[in-house]
Design a protein around this ligand. Structure first.
Ligand SMILES: *Cc1c(COP(=O)(O)O)cnc(C)c1O
Length: 425
């Protein structure tokens, strides 16, 4: 790295530090280009991307099909607001509703907005369909959840960093332990004002916690028994990431040839974001069937950019790519390979305790305290060795590459990771 080149990345970092709010703590690498599973920094150094923008770039960086759809639509019509109809939105809503086997879709932009939307739909349903007295509805959530950053969402988070000094908090949420059916049943039994159960099929931000087999199915059955909506936040786990189209991949009759998982659960409300656009554009959505979605009436909810024509064109292309390139199948197969290869290494490792995950959403737990900077230092060394990943919660490193990876690239990455871990043994 020459002095002049070094200056280039330091300049970019300095600008962000001086003029940007300090709401993130990025790994020091300044990226300027991406293609498929790779990104390049301003010095031209190439890396495997093992974060995929928190699973937004499942289809790979700058997928030509997605970028093409975006460019084409951008030259025709970008935004009308929902004050008028546009000629893309209905086509997209039909496409995505059929794709995920729901009656209707409500378009938003970010994941947090889609979660907020789902909560509003759930509350309305509680008052207008279930008959709960106004302002009494409660929604059950899980400990260590991550659903976004709005004031309501952080109100039911238990991450002190996300909450501190942002109160007063929104009421109406009951927190129970994740992956605990007894806790869920007790909460449902003891309160007749429960409207919904909001859950991540795998807790991604918390550190890729995979619940016990059968948990989601049994939780859905309990929700049915108590007439409570099962709301799946698949913003991170959805769109092929976990080796299925959805981590809950329900009795969905989507007939995707790449949808290879065992059918498990069909949520009452499905929340999608991130890879819904292949990382090209902020696109999120809430899907539900008519008896639920019809509680939303003109004026009761909206977004200036939600459902804009670029978003519709981008999302259709992004979902096409998932199907045509059989990304769920690929994630399933490469995920098995990744965990089995890392497990071989872990047998004789003292620095790395375990690898867990589904499909290509995985994490390794580093054998050190949450407060230690070992995982951070490993990520710095991984960067030096050509692979980008980021710790989550101190001692956990999430590994989530784009799903367009092939087997030899994955094995190459396994050798970078094990070689790097070796340096810390
Ligand atoms: C990222 C994420 C969100 C929030 O999405 P944003 O687009 O960042 O608002 C919500 N839920 C889950 C599970 C996520 O991973």
């Amino acid at each position: 790295m020459s002095v002049a080149e070094k200056t280039l990345s330091q300049q970019a970092i300095d600008l962000e530090n001086k003029y940007g709010a300090h709401n993130y703590h990025p790994l020091p690498v300044v990226l300027s280009r991406g293609e498929g599973v790779f990104v390049w920094d301003v010095d031209g150094k190439k890396y495997y991307d093992f974060l995929s923008a928190y699973s937004a770039v499942n289809q790979g960086h700058c997928h030509p099909r997605i970028v093409g759809a975006m460019a084409e639509q951008a030259q025709k019509l970008t935004l009308t607001s929902r004050a008028f109809y546009n000629d893309v939105l209905g086509t997209y809503e039909k496409y995505a509703s059929e794709y995920f086997n729901f009656d209707k879709l409500l378009p938003m932009n970010t994941g947090a907005e889609a979660v907020e939307t789902a909560l509003k739909i759930c509350r309305r349903w509680a008052y207008e369909k279930k008959g709960i007295a106004e302002n009494e509805a409660q929604i059950i959530v899980c400990e260590n959840n991550f659903h976004g950053r709005t004031t309501t969402i952080i109100s039911f988070s238990n991450d002190p960093v996300a909450r501190k000094n942002f109160g007063p908090y929104t009421h109406g949420f009951i927190k129970i332990e994740y992956d605990n059916l007894v806790a869920l049943e007790n909460a449902l039994k003891s309160n007749s004002n429960i409207a919904g159960f909001l859950v991540e099929p795998i807790q991604g931000e918390a550190g890729v916690y995979v619940p016990s087999d059968g948990y989601l199915k049994a939780a859905k059955a309990l929700c049915e028994q108590y007439n409570v909506l099962f709301i799946a936040d698949e913003v991170q786990t959805g769109i092929a990431r976990t080796g299925r189209l959805l981590a809950t991949c329900g009795n969905c009759s989507c007939e995707h040839k790449d949808c290879s998982g065992t059918p498990e659960v069909k949520p009452d409300i499905l929340i999608l974001g991130k890879a819904l656009s292949g990382g090209a554009y902020p696109v999120s959505a809430v899907l539900a069937n008519d008896p639920i979605m019809n509680v939303i009436t003109p004026g009761s909810h909206g977004s200036t950019f939600g459902g804009n024509p670029i978003a519709g064109a981008v999302a259709m292309a992004a979902l096409d790519v998932v199907k045509e390139e059989a990304l769920a199948e690929n994630a399933d197969r490469l995920g098995e390979l990744f965990r089995s290869e890392l497990n071989k290494y872990i047998e004789n490792s003292s620095i790395c305790k375990l690898v867990r995950g589904r499909g290509l959403l995985n994490a390794v737990v580093i054998n050190d305290s949450e407060e230690s900077d070992t995982a951070w230092n490993i990520c710095l060394r991984l960067r030096d060795n050509g692979l980008l990943a980021k710790p989550t919660h101190g001692n956990i490193i999430r590994f989530a590459p784009p799903l367009v990876m092939n087997e030899s690239q994955l094995l190459d990455c396994v050798s970078i990771i094990t070689k790097t871990l070796q340096e810390f043994e």
